[in-house]
Write a protein that binds this ligand. Sequence first.
Ligand code: GDP
Ligand code: MG
Length: 437
Amino acid sequence: NLSEKLDQALHTLKGHGKINEVNVAETLKEVRRALLDADVNFKIAKQFTNTVKDKAMGQDVLTTLNPGQLMVKIVKDELTELMGGDTVGINLGGSPTVILMSGLQGSGKTTFSGKLANFLKTKKTKQVLLVGCDVYRPAAINQLQVVGEQIGVEVYAEEGNQNPVEISQNAIKHAKANGKNVVIIDTAGRLAVDEEMMTEISNIHKAVNPNETLFVVDSMTGQDAVNTAKAFNDVLNFDGVVLTKLDGDTRGGAALSIKSVVNKPIKFIGTGEKMDAIDVFHPDRMADRILGMGDVVSLVERAQEQYDEAEARKLQKKIAKNQFGFDDFLNQIQQIKKMGSMKDLVGMIPGAGKALKGMDIDDDAFKGIEAIIHSMTPSERSTPSSINASRKKRIAKGSGTSVQEVNQLMKQFDQMSKMMKMMQGGGGKRMMQMMKG
Ligand code: GDP
Ligand code: MG
């Protein structure tokens, strides 16, 4: 899928080298190929990689950050932009609010009508009326009725009436008379865009003048989704897009292209057949998902939750004064352990899940380190530079480890101290921002 391909594309940059004209061009070629493979419109893919290139070349080369991460960040920001930047809600004005569903047959209109009704009912305490306007297939009205029953929402339908314009107008009257403040109109779709369907939905649209017209599209249909979106938008000038079936093995191309082709925001996503499988669309989270960045946001949130602020401030002072010692190191390890089981945490780190697959990571990973530090005297812990060869031998013996292991820890400690010092100089903030996106 797209995220794996991008992962591969960015891999070349990960961990080594600096950003320069050659490796950026090389990486972007791969990124572009990945986007095209994911059914992203050619023009958009090209435009996208050009923007990323400009941004990447304009960056100061940050020696503290690896260029791969920087590229991921730039690509992620651009993806977010491409998908609309901010989250856009739906218009709940009007009395009642009228919401019209449009889209091809099988795109998920009926399912989404139910999901949205349920969402509005529970989240926004609205009184919702569902309206069945798919008059051609008797099973369709029945399907909506089943959905309505499931979520406890009334369904308005007129048996025998083949005129969806009339039905929707009557439904709005019915809503007004019965204290409903939201009317969701589910309509008929066809397997492909055709004139009859377009005329019908356009007539309903004109007759009810909806507060919100949503275009529902199966995210697995790739490039076709973009063409269909364009056709519906030309007729309805809809307000927003609903991407369904994102729980499947979707290629992601639709989400990337639709916004830029029709210039309408994606507002909701469907992630399953159940009535609660609905999510407000967040471009940045979608970008994360596409990039396979793991659940970085939750990782950062979790870390912040668990990390003692006061402790952190104390530590910062020590680092600034060059007083960071092994006791603090031990403390850090304990902080990390508090955040949860290692496996859990590692799974949240972008890319790490794959790299460490099959490896058995558990809290014991720190055991040796802790034993070594515990075998140091307090003065050795606070002044690591005092640990000479004979002390190392003693520490190794006391902790049941080898001198090599002690040396390795000393080296890790050294690197960590250096890194922490660097992070003090603004790099840390930058890194946090990067992680949060
Ligand atoms: P409509 O013809 O546009 O009304 O589409 P339906 O609502 O009848 O949906 C068509 C099929 O897609 C049904 O089998 C739904 O259960 C399924 N479906 C709809 N939305 C989703 C979704 O978000 N995820 C998955 N996995 N299936 C969905
Ligand atoms: Mg339907």
